[in-house]
Ligand binder design. Structure first.
Ligand code: ZN
Length: 46
């Protein structure tokens, strides 16, 4: 797959930590698998 923003083909697999806030409660999810664009840093959920 290519980056939808810069058309770069080099997306690397990584694990990130995401946090969500809903109604004042913060939920942290670690080890979320994503693809990250080498060129512009855009993240895509894998
Ligand atoms: Zn990109």
């Amino acid at each position: 797959m290519n980056c939808m923003y810069c058309k770069n083909e080099n997306l690397k697999n990584d694990l990130i930590t995401k946090s969500y806030e809903k109604e004042g409660v913060v939920t942290v999810i670690s080890g979320v698998p994503v693809l990250i664009c080498d060129a512009c840093g855009q993240e895509y959920l894998a």
